[in-house]
Structures are given as C-alpha cells and as structure tokens.
Design a protein around this ligand. Structure first.
Ligand code: SF4
Length: 725
C-alpha cells in the first residue's frame, strides 16, 4: 500500500497552508470573536448550539449559570483534538505529520534559510558551516520521550486548570507553542520540534506505530526513495526529492514500523504506552471526580465555563455529595499522576502475567512480541475509551443515529486496526523488507513474470509470493539469483539495515528461500569489499537516516547544477555536467564546475553542504560512482526519471517526458532534435576518455532502432527506460 505517502508534496503543501490558516483564524477568534456567540444565544431558535437556561448542569451540587459563549475553545477541544487522534489511528502518522500546522510552522526558519550554524573542521582540514542537530548521545537524544510525556502530562493538567475554557489563556498557550516550535526549528535542523519536543508526539507514536490502519508500508516500498512522511522538497520540474538531514535515527517519518521495533524493548516505551493509558483514563475520570456527575463533561460545559481560573483554589474533588478540601490546583496533577503511575504498573503486571502464561503453555514468546501484543491491546482499549468522551459534546447535539454511528465507527475501525497490528512481529517485518528488496531486483532483471502473475503486478505480491515467484521463474537461474542476492546485500549494507558482522544472520531466511549457501554469501561479501571497502568498514557504516542524508545531498547538488545549466545553456558546461550526472571523476568535475558557476550557484551549493552537514570526505565518497562499462545504466540511474515517477497516471507520464527531454538536450548540443554520432562521442569521451569509437558506435547502434545513424528522443527514452529496468 502506498496511500498518503504518495500524495504529491505540492498538493500537501497547499493543504497545509489551508489548515494552518484555519488554525490561525481559530487562535485569533480566541482573542476576538464577535460572531460565534450568536450561535449559542438562547434567542437564536434556529441554532442547534443555543444554550437552554432551564437546563441545570451541576458542578459540586450547584447549577452552572447558562449564558451564550464563543465557540473557539469548544471547537478546538471538541473537534480538532479528537480529529487528530482519529487521523493517527486510521490514516496513520504519515498523513498527520504531513498536514500538522505546528510541524509546518516549525519549518519556517529552514524555509527562510535562517538556522543556527556552527563552523566545523573535518578530518581533511576543510572548514564548513553546519546546521546544528541534536547531538546523538546528548541528554535530550536519550530522554526525549520522557520529556515529551512530561510535557503532555503538564499540557493535560493545564487544560483542566487553565485553558479548557479560558480563551485568552488558551490563545496565549497556542501562540506560545507556535513560537516554541519556530524557535526549535531555528535552533536545530530537521523536524527536531516534532521529534524531540512536541507534546503531541507521544500520542503520534502510540496510535501511529507500528502503523495506522491505512498506513503505507515503507519497508516494502521498492519503487521510490521517499517513504511515508519523510522530509521532502519539490524540484523545479515538479518531482520530489528527499530533504532528510538525519535529525533522528530511527526516524518515525521514514519508517514508523522500524522505529517501533527498534525501540520496543527500551523501558521508555513502557512509560509511553502504559503511562499514556493511565493518563488518558485519569484525565476523563477527573471530570466526574470534580463535578460529581458525568453531565458536566458530556454537556461540554467545561469548554465554556466562565469561572475556570477562579476554581483553582476551590475543592478539587466532589465525592459522595461532599466536597473534599484539596484545591483543584493540587487535585488535578495528583489524580493524573496517580493514574499515570497506576497505568504504568498495571501495564507491566499484565506484560509479566502474559509472559508467564505463555511459558506455562509451553510456547514462550520473545519480549518484543509479548510487549507488542500488550501495547496493541492497550492502544485498542484506550482509543475506544477516548472516543466514549472525545468529541461527544458535539456529537450529542446530533440525532441519536449519529451517537451510535460514531461509537460503531470507532469500534469497527479500531477492531480492524487491532486485527492488522496484532499479527505483526519483527521477523515478519524483516522478511517483508527483504522481499521488497528482492522484488526490486526481480524488476530490474526484466524477467518474463507476466504468465505467472495472472495480471497482477510485482508490487501487489506479498513477501511469501515474491519468494515463491523467485523459485518458479525459469529465467531466475542460480546466477541471476546470486546477482539479485548481491544487490540486496549491498543495499542492506549501504542503508545500515545490517552490518558486515550480522549480515549472515539477517539474510539467513532469504538464503534458505533462494538456496544460497553460506560460502556463496561470504564470497559475495568479499566481492563487495573489493568493490567498495567502505561497505564493510564498521567505522564507516551509516544509519539509514545518514545514508538518506548523503543521497539527498547528492541529488540536491546534481539538481542545482542542472538548474544552473538550464538557466544558461550556452555556457560550455554541458559535457562537464553530464560527467557529474553520470558520476565519472565527479569530484574534479564538480570542483571545475563550481569555478564556472555564477556566485548565486556557488552559494546554493554551499548552503546545501551546510544544510545536509556534508564533510569533504563524505562528498568525495558519495560522488564516486562505478566505471564506464555501465555507462548507459549510469546515465539512466543518474537521471532518476524512472525512480521518481510511476507510470500510473497521465500527469506522471507527461512529467517524465519533460524531464527526459531536458536530459536529452544535454547530448543534443546543436539542438537538432537528434543525437548524432559526433555528439554522442563528444559527450561520452568527455566522461570516459577510455571509451573507444567502436564502443560508442555500438552504443549508437543499440539505441538507433530507426537505423538512421542518430538517436531520436523516442529512441533515447526507450533505451534509458530499458537500461533502468
Ligand atoms: S530524520 Fe530525516 S526524514 Fe526524519 S524527521 Fe529528520 S530530517 Fe525528516
């Protein structure tokens, strides 16, 4: 499933703007709102929201005065917040993170190019400016979940005490969070506000990990480098490019399920899941403990209680018809803290009891699975508990049918989520991830799979089906099998999915399926080590996020060079640019190109280096590419047209055509619409002086299906497509 991850960034950008403007209007209405009170006016007989002065909503035995009120706070608490929880469980974290206005606003400093920077001297002695990131082993990096949970706890206490109904305090609080998000966006790169500070982040993790009901599955996505809600930018040609600066690893935006399995055995996750369970329970129960009845909560009176701040030092509990003389200011944090701790201890007890039960049943389970199952059931229960209350003051204004509909909808969707989530486990995740990589290799080998797939595409096969297909395909010989295995192994090492020491174990299941021996695995590892020693060097092992950061930088750099060339195509830099794009002696070519660039272009490159925190050695390493015997393949890969776009829609095909045409013009120096032998020679010999005339002629023959000794755009496109495959 690709779902919301595949919605173009440009569309999401517009949607974010709309939501952000709506949110800002809502905040503004908390300070000045001459309109909405008319909807709640007793005399407005046509409004379903009008207050009824005859209704008595008792708080601690006394009827609350009923008068008209503004709707800003009730809408925020009764519609916006419950919608967030609903979106997270149903549509997944990947949708939420792409539309969240606060996350969007935290990126203002990045968009303005105004982020804190420091000078850094790398091992080669080069001094470069870098954007700050949260340091890997800092207190914040180790304890961010506790910090976010504490902020959530304070936020919920603050709601009941200060800003459930006091519009000025609520408005000031929301403005404060916006300013805090912008400040963090200035202080640290990436989405550090979301990942390290945002109090909503624990809620996102609980409902969004390992995946929402309709979430995409990043580990199986073999088509594009951009997954789920990862940071991305839109290029001039409309295609998308990762903007990951590796601000956190593992990152929930790249692959929520990987982040989930990676952290599941850490003790902060028990606090997160069990503590949250207790906190939410305590939050709603407190309304009853405070008012002495449920009417206070379900009528929504708490969201327009005129005297919220006056109650701070009044009795905070009303039990059995008696006020308990503990001030509300103490009663609220006390109740929520007791419930949070109880939730935590109860969760741990259930976890242990389940573990013991499985042992007694003689089918013990690893800690990850035990914990995952308890987390899953806990999330299911707390989601349904939340929707007994969340949004009810508004739903209760609707006809009875909608009361039942809302309850049934929450129960059905969460049951489907439970069914889909319960069966997950780390080994299944790993198996599917590797099958996704194998699927990619099968596609690249361009084998005839059609007759075995019965009109299905490779993408729709699940992990087991991919392995079965690999076994029955006659063209998937042992040689092809080893080739595919090598590519998978290389990719897993490059992306930090495994390392040299663990690769044998991690890929064991795949070897069994493909009947590859341990000796063959070792031989392939040796080959990879010869081709690129860094791949096996534990010192140079990148995390997936760092690997993405480097790839993103490389793409952004090449793209910026291409854009510069496009602006001034008469400059004689076309062949050098091609050399860079195809990765041949790129370091030198880039150096030269940089001297040719106008000042603005050089500044762009410098700013990219800053943004992605690229050292001299990293730049050297990522720009090194394989030699010229794979020239056409390199060209196809470097142009990336096929990676970025699927062929499913007309607009994708048109966009692909446009980008390819642009690349074609790099070869077609006289602009005749055909690449002649001379033009091909000029380009290729600039890239690879060792390529013989004979070889270039053979390349032309290969492309020239029309037999007119030149390559038309159509032929060029078909050829690159073929080589990409
Ligand atoms: S790790 Fe990369 S994708 Fe994830 S939030 Fe940070 S910058 Fe964005």
């Amino acid at each position: 499933m690709y779902m919301f991850a595949q919605i173009p960034e440009r569309s999401m950008h517009y949607l974010r703007w709309v939501l952000t403007i709506a949110w800002l209007i809502l905040i503004f209405s908390l300070f000045f709102d001459p309109i909405s009170a008319k909807l709640t006016d007793y005399n407005n007989l046509s409004s379903p929201l009008r207050v009824d002065p005859d209704v008595c909503i008792k708080v601690q035995g006394v009827c609350l005065p009923q008068s008209s009120y503004q709707l800003g706070a009730p809408i925020f608490w009764g519609i916006v917040v419950p919608s967030g929880v609903f979106i997270l469980l149903v549509f997944g974290h990947e949708l939420w993170r792409r539309i969240c206005p606060l996350s969007f606003l935290s990126q203002i400093p990045r968009a303005l190019g105004k982020q804190r920077q420091k000078k850094q001297t790398d091992k080669s002695g080069k001094v470069r400016s870098e954007i700050y990131k949260v340091p890997k082993n800092s207190w914040l990096a180790r304890n961010y979940l506790y910090l976010q949970l504490s902020l959530l706890f304070l936020g919920l206490c603050g709601r009941i005490l200060f800003y459930n109904s006091d519009r000025l305090v609520l408005g000031s609080f929301l403005i404060f969070t916006i300013l805090a998000a912008i400040f963090v966006g200035y202080w640290y790169g990436g989405k550090s506000w979301c990942n390290y500070f945002c109090p909503m982040s624990p809620v996102e993790r609980i409902y969004g990990e390992p995946r929402g009901l309709l979430n995409s599955t990043a580990h199986e996505d073999s088509r594009s480098g951009i997954t789920q809600s990862m940071c991305r930018i839109v290029r001039e040609d409309g295609s998308e490019q990762s903007a990951c600066v590796a601000c956190q690893s593992p990152c929930i935006d790249i692959d929520a399920e990987r982040a989930y399995w990676d952290g599941i055995t850490q003790s902060d996750r028990q606090w997160l899941y069990y503590g949250y369970f207790g906190l939410v329970f305590g939050y709603f129960i407190y309304y009853y403990l405070y008012a002495g009845n449920w009417d206070y909560y379900f009528s929504g009176a708490w969201a327009h209680d005129e005297n919220q701040l006056e109650a701070l030092f009044k009795p905070g509990f009303y039990l059995g018809g008696n006020q308990i003389p503990i001030p509300k200011l103490v009663a609220v944090p006390l109740t929520l803290a007791i419930c949070t701790f109880l939730g935590y201890f109860l969760g741990k007890k259930v976890e242990n009891a389940y573990k013991v039960y499985r042992i007694r049943q003689k089918s013990p389970l690893p800690t990850e699975i035990i914990r995952h199952r308890v987390f899953t059931v806990g999330t299911f229960l707390i989601f349904n508990f939340f929707f007994i209350f969340g949004g009810r003051p508004f739903i209760n204004l609707l006809p009875k049918f909608w009361h039942y509909f809302a309850s049934i909808l929450a129960a059905v969707l969460s049951s489907l989520w439970l069914y889909r989530t319960w069966i997950r486990d780390p080994s299944r995740y790993q198996r599917e991830g590797l099958a996704g990589k194998l699927r990619k290799q099968l596609r690249k080998l361009n084998l005839d799979t059609a007759k075995y797939l019965d009109r299905r595409s490779l993408e729709t096969l699940d992990a087991d089906e991919v392995y079965v297909l690999a076994k029955i395909l006659p063209d998937f010989t042992h040689q092809n099998c080893l080739k595919a295995y090598k590519a998978v192994l290389k990719e897993t090492l490059e992306e930090g999915y495994t390392d040299f020491g663990h690769s044998l174990e991690i890929l064991q299941q795949m070897r069994l399926e493909l009947t590859i021996t341990e000796a063959e695995h070792q031989a392939i590892l040796t080959e990879l080590g010869v081709e690129s020693a860094e791949l096996l060097d534990p010192e140079k092992q990148y995390s997936r996020e760092d690997w993405l950061r480097l790839q993103s930088y490389r793409d952004a750099l090449l793209e910026s060079l291409l854009v510069t060339w496009k602006k001034d195509p008469d400059r004689q830099v076309g062949s050098e640019l091609l050399e860079v794009l195809t990765g041949k002696s790129s370091r030198e070519a880039i150096k030269h190109l940089l001297t040719e660039l106008p000042a603005a272009g050089t500044e762009t490159v410098e700013s990219l280096r800053r943004q992605y925190r690229i050292t001299g050695q990293e730049e050297e390493a990522i720009l090194h590419r394989p030699p010229a015997d794979q020239l056409w393949q390199n060209i196809a890969r470097a142009f990336q047209v096929f990676d970025r776009l699927s062929f499913s829609s007309q607009s994708d095909r048109e966009q692909q055509e446009r980008i390819l045409l642009e690349r074609f013009r790099l070869f077609d120096s006289d602009g005749s619409g055909q690449i002649s032998l001379e033009e091909l020679k000029a380009c290729l010999q600039a890239i690879e002086p060792g390529v013989t005339d004979k070889k270039i002629e053979a390349m032309l023959q290969r492309a020239d299906t029309g037999r007119d000794n030149q390559i038309s755009f159509q032929e060029f496109r078909d050829l690159l497509h073929q080589f990409h495959q």
